[in-house]
Design a protein around this ligand. Structure first.
Ligand code: FE2
Length: 297
């Protein structure tokens, strides 16, 4: 059955974060669930403020070679691959003009910051490990949740790029698969500013690709299943600030470019079950001095 008329299940978040049976049934069916007012707008603003302080302290000149078109891609690959236990800044394509100056403000030039704010920054740590989130994870059946990465996504006005349709378990793969995305709208995400889009129910189909590092360290994109994503069936996940969107690691999703004049800041956590095997071939690795941790119950 085509999913063109389907919508993404949306509810008001519960006080405890625990999912009701109806929410859980919808999540199992759709692979994605919108929980409105999961966090307060004040908490969104505080997290945004903290990130803007970090952006203030960031000097784009330190990464200019990484993101300039002339750089060799190895440098950019290393900057990314080594970021699993750090706080690193990733600029949008087209952030610099021909003279090497940023076209827009620093915050409006960034694609994202990742991937360990939840471990390294106290404000992000507090936002990321609430008992309410523990409630969601417990409802989803996580035995021992671990927050494997955090990302702050800017989707800046005018230059915020498209993210092609993908499944997160392609990149955050465990055996058996356990990845789930916890995506917070820190600003209103709308069709105009490039909200996420999902294909409800498509998480029941196979994982299409696995992305991993081979023994030489090179990134491999292995095709597991050639079935294309049915992009005609995507549904927008519009989300007012304070909304949590939870989705299955197999749920195909993408977001269009932000051609509007409003940013679309979001914060995401990816959670895996530590009861599952986490291959050393996953690109995302952390130093042993930064052990994987879950939520505060
Ligand atoms: Fe994703």
């Amino acid at each position: 059955m085509a999913g063109m008329s389907e919508s993404i299940p949306a509810y008001e978040a519960t006080q405890s974060g625990a999912l009701t049976p109806a929410m859980l049934a919808d999540y199992r069916e759709s692979g994605v669930l919108i929980l409105r007012n999961f966090v307060s707008r004040d908490d969104c603003d505080s997290l945004k403020q903290r990130m803007l302080e970090m952006v203030d302290a960031f000097d784009p000149a330190t990464v200019k070679t990484v993101f300039s078109t002339a750089s060799d891609s190895h440098q950019a690959d290393d900057y990314f691959i080594e970021s699993g236990d750090k706080i690193r800044f990733f600029l949008e394509d087209g952030a610099f003009d021909d003279e090497g100056n940023l076209r827009q403000s620093k915050a409006d030039s960034l694609n994202k910051v990742g991937h360990a704010m939840h471990d390294l920054d106290p404000v992000f740590d507090a936002f990321s490990r609430t008992p309410k989130l523990a409630g969601v994870a417990a409802s989803l059946g996580f035995e021992e949740p671990g927050i494997i990465q955090s990302m702050y996504i800017f989707k800046p006005p005018r230059i915020g790029g498209e993210v092609l349709c993908h499944q997160d378990s392609t990149y955050i793969y465990t055996e058996p698969e356990s990845c789930a995305g916890f995506w917070f709208a820190l600003e209103d995400a709308t069709i105009e500013n490039g909200c996420m889009r999902f294909i409800p129910g498509a998480h029941k189909a196979p994982l299409r690709k696995r992305n991993y590092r081979d023994e030489s360290g090179a990134i491999v994109n292995e095709i597991i299943d050639e079935t294309p994503f049915d992009l005609a069936d995507t549904v927008p996940a519009e989300a007012p600030a304070g909304t949590l969107v939870v989705f299955d690691g197999r749920a195909p999703h993408y977001s269009g470019p932000n051609l509007s004049d409003r940013s679309r800041h979001a914060y995401t956590l990816h959670v895996i079950d530590q009861a599952c095997h986490y291959p050393e071939s996953n690109w995302l690795q952390r130093n042993a001095d930064l052990p994987l941790r879950g939520f505060h119950a």
